[in-house]
Design a binder for this molecule. Structure first.
Ligand SMILES: [Cu+2]
Length: 155
């Protein structure tokens, strides 16, 4: 993640300049990955952590990646024992905080894929944050790195 640290460093340098204190461009996108699904699928999901080191909240209003027709912000909620995805108009990242797009919760939905990316393939994934496009590299994986899909929902 050296590249992302370099980006964060550049951004904080920018903030030190007079009159460069814009709310835009402060977001740091970390640990982005795309879920690899069977090639017959035309949609998949992507995940990442969006950090906001700035002093103003940031608003994510959408996203894009070359392979997908469109990218939507989705949340997952349990309704009557069923997990359902709901599109979100926007997601706010609080000042000094972060938002996790992760399996079982908020995620980026990649819709209308030209083709399913292969495991290991790296996509450029961009988010629209306060009117600016902020991009990161997202590796395609079959499962999250270092963790299985073993949520503990039982009481
Ligand atoms: Cu979804």
């Amino acid at each position: 993640m050296k590249v992302l640290q370099a980006v964060a460093f550049t951004l904080s340098c920018g903030l030190a300049l007079p009159q460069a204190v814009a709310a835009q461009g402060q977001a740091v996108l970390e640990d982005a990955w795309v879920r690899a699904l069977p090639p017959t699928q035309t949609n998949t999901a992507a995940y990442m952590t969006v950090r906001n080191p700035g002093s103003e909240p940031l608003t994510i209003s959408g996203g894009s990646t070359a392979l997908a027709e469109r990218v939507e912000l989705h949340d997952t909620a349990e309704v009557d024992g069923m997990l359902r995805m709901r599109q979100q108009e926007s997601v706010t990242v609080p000042a000094g905080g972060s938002v996790d797009f992760a399996p079982g919760g908020l995620h980026l939905m990649l819709l209308g894929l030209e083709r399913m990316p292969a495991a290991g393939e790296v996509l450029e994934l961009c988010l629209d944050i306060d009117g600016e496009s902020v991009c990161t590299e997202a590796e395609t994986r079959r499962t999250p790195a270092g963790s299985g899909h073993d949520h503990q929902h039982h009481q």
